[in-house]
Design a protein around this ligand. Structure first.
Ligand SMILES: [Zn+2]
Length: 413
């Protein structure tokens, strides 16, 4: 088969616009003109479902079913790279693109790109900007510090506001395609503005986006759900808490590299894992909530370590703390709590339980109104309106918990 003229065809969505980065490959090495003629084909993929479909979905597509959307010249951006900008897209759209150099019969591709709403999927830059803004806005004890690095060496910052001796720990996006920064930082913003007195007796310690590299990949257009870090490690299996135990949850094997629940080559092998450990060690929260579920929202379904089942005292403390949080979502007397022994070996809650014995939870899927638009978060279709509703539930829940902790100072250690 002939070599193709294009290598490294990549697609990225930034600020609601898709850009294709087209690099000339070896057949074009000698053709260093500033302008080359390309054909661009595009096909809208309404059937793609994040969480159910992965990259092989795109492998099966044929450019002959796509529309030719551009047939003309593009200017080079640097020696090898040409950029095509597609503004005719809207949030929640998913596209497959193919690109051909003018003499190519068969185009390169496809590359899949998802248009993620910038308000639902905050970029790393925006997360840091919001943290800076909150840090500046709050006039009380506070810190904004780096606790470590991501695999690609992003500085992972955490924000601590209020009473540092009685903090609620909020850890987000341990799994890239799940929840954290949008919920927790938005809640903190409301609390700073409307409930500053609560921060005198209690505090918030937020590490909003642990798996920052792969969350950025999703925010900028990778269509499929990503769980692991760039090394292919599930960070919520990498902690030194029963790490040796092979787990088969979801029918996936934690000891196999390539499985999306891979625990890593050894305990705490990953930079992000060590960042979380450092954060918890320095901040010492009284309780920790981790944002999971999918596509920037999670519900009041609280999972705590499976191996804590025989610890009655721990269970009572867990129930005591999740009850006010859950009341932000619903009438708990009527609908009940969702509390389960669900987190596995190597998870953040398992590590926190083992090392500090404090309540720690993964927050998972639980709808409030049981409407389709809520259930659709599992296929990546969270809208800005739905996110706002969930920010409201979490904000109320965290305020309830802060009030509870503020009023029961002697009870919580
Ligand atoms: Zn998760």
């Amino acid at each position: 088969m002939a070599r193709k003229s294009i290598r490294f065809l990549r697609g990225k969505c930034e600020d609601g616009i898709i850009r294709l980065y087209i690099e000339r490959g070896s057949p074009l090495y000698k053709n260093l003109l500033d302008e080359l003629h390309f054909r661009i084909y595009r096909k809208k993929e309404d059937d793609f479902q994040q969480g159910n479909d992965y990259y092989e979905y795109f492998d099966a597509l044929d450019y002959k079913d796509a529309k030719l959307i551009y047939d003309g010249s593009l200017q080079k951006q640097d020696s090898y790279c040409f950029v095509y900008t597609d503004s005719d897209v809207k949030p929640l759209d998913i596209y497959a693109y193919w690109v051909a150099y003018k003499d190519d019969i068969v185009p390169s591709g496809p590359v899949g790109v998802s248009v993620r709403h910038p308000d639902v999927w905050w970029t790393f830059q925006r997360i840091n900007d919001v943290m800076e803004r909150l840090y500046t806005a709050y006039q009380g004890p506070k810190s904004l510090s780096s606790y470590g690095y991501s695999t690609r060496k992003k500085k992972l910052k955490g924000l601590v506001l209020g009473n540092p001796d009685r903090c609620i720990g909020l850890i987000g996006a341990v799994h890239a395609g799940e929840s954290g920064p949008e919920l927790f930082l938005s809640a903190a913003e409301t609390i700073i503005r409307n409930y500053p007195d609560l921060l005198k007796k209690t505090g918030l310690a937020i590490l909003p986006s642990v798996n920052a590299d792969c969350r950025e990949d999703m925010a900028t257009g990778t269509p499929q759900y990503i769980r692991c870090n760039p090394n292919g490690v599930d960070l919520n299996r990498n902690f030194d808490a029963g790490w040796d135990t092979v787990d088969l949850t979801y029918g996936l094997n934690t000891s196999i590299h390539g499985s999306i629940t891979y625990r890593g080559p050894f305990p705490q092998s990953e930079d992000e894992t060590n960042t979380v450990i450092n954060f918890i060690d320095k901040v010492r929260p009284a309780v920790i909530f981790n944002g999971h579920c999918l596509s920037s929202i999670c519900g009041d379904c609280f999972l705590t370590p499976r191996n804590s089942q025989s610890d009655e005292e721990y269970k009572n403390r867990c129930i005591e703390l999740i009850t006010p949080y859950s009341q932000g979502f619903r009438d708990v007397d009527k609908e009940g709590l969702s509390f389960h022994y669900g987190t596995t070996a190597g998870s953040v809650p398992a590590y926190v339980y083992k090392k500090y014995g404090i309540p720690a939870f993964d927050m998972e899927y639980r709808t409030v109104k049981d409407e389709k638009r809520e259930r659709d978060c599992v296929i990546g279709r969270t809208t800005p309106e739905l996110l706002q509703e969930y920010i409201g539930y979490h904000t109320k829940g965290i305020i309830n918990l802060m009030k509870y902790m503020a009023g029961n100072e002697g009870d919580i250690t």
